[in-house]
Design a protein around this ligand. Structure first.
Ligand code: SAM
Length: 270
């Protein structure tokens, strides 16, 4: 399948524009740390990271069911777009040897604090996932949750994830599903999605996501992330959502609604 991996075919002008866009993306994420709005504890404190972890794994309660954070003991794992390192700490707690990179230095500084608070080792670096400074075939596992949809050139990032992954290694990725309950609801209720104002936010259909993942040998797609009560929004729309929509949706058979999951998880092999 390696023949399908092509280096970026961008012209010099397109490369320059891509760099300018990446700079905008970096500035945005330095100013909009993911889930920060939910935190009440001082930024960087142990309580702050506990709060972000609790919030994330309540909202994404599917995640530990489909990703075995304790299942990569002694394996070299790279997270691209690690944010403040909430998931990466879980991998490290499970015994993985972790490297985390993010374009935004504010995130990487906080991820370092997170690992310090948890007394866990990690290699944390400011770097673009579109230009990874690692040799080919370096990692047993690569992980990018909620990142491809925000970068300038998602295909370039996929190619890089594939390049640094060892043959037979596993890539775990997530993008947003355009044909999903949340995208539909947000348009119907005129409520912006989180980070809708980011310089890039691309939503994919399942087949478009599969197309992006062509460099990989074997790809398993699992749509996830169904409604849970919001802690972020308040007011009439939020009350209606929490009191009526969530329960009604949860009563529907998973087999019927599964394709409409907001998060398209991909588990791929090189
Ligand atoms: C929605 S946040 C997700 C953070 C984390 N993965 C999580 O799930 O909480 C998106 C992250 O991707 C990072 N990001 C976007 N483009 C990137 C790139 N080209 N290289 C590395 N990180 C990037 C942003 O800085 C931000 O931290």
């Amino acid at each position: 399948m390696n023949s399908l991996v092509t280096a970026s075919q961008l012209s010099p002008v397109e490369q320059k524009n891509n760099q300018l866009l990446l700079e905008k993306i970096r500035l945005y994420w330095n100013a909009h740390i993911h889930d920060l709005e939910i935190a009440t504890q001082p930024i960087g404190s142990a309580g702050f990271f506990k709060e972000l972890d609790a919030y994330r794994f309540d909202k994404l309660r599917y995640l530990p069911q489909v990703v075995n954070f304790a299942g990569y003991k002694n394996q070299n794992l790279l997270e691209v777009g690690c944010g403040v390192g909430i998931d990466l700490v879980r991998f490290a707690e499970g015994g993985a040897k972790v490297t985390g990179i993010d374009l935004a230095e504010v995130s990487v500084d906080l991820a370092k604090k997170n690992f310090e608070q948890n007394e866990l080792p990690a290699n944390l670096l400011v770097m673009s996932g579109e230009n990874l400074q690692f040799k080919d075939n370096s990692f047993d596992v690569v992980y990018a949750h909620g990142v491809l949809q925000y970068t300038a050139n998602a295909q370039q990032m996929v190619n890089e994830l594939h390049r640094v992954l060892k043959p037979g290694g596993q890539a775990i990725m997530m993008v947003y599903n355009r044909i999903s309950w949340l995208n539909g609801l947000s348009k119907l209720m005129k409520v912006d999605l989180e980070h809708e104002d980011a310089p890039v936010l691309k939503k994919y259909s399942i087949s478009e996501f599969k197309g992006l993942l062509k460099p990989f040998n074997h790809v398993q797609i699992v749509p996830e992330r169904f409604p849970v009560k919001t802690k972020l929004h308040h007011g009439l729309k939020a009350t209606l959502y929490n009191q009526v929509f969530v329960g009604t949706f949860q009563a529907l058979p998973k087999s019927v609604v599964r394709p409409l999951g907001w998060h398209i998880m991909a588990f791929a092999r090189k």
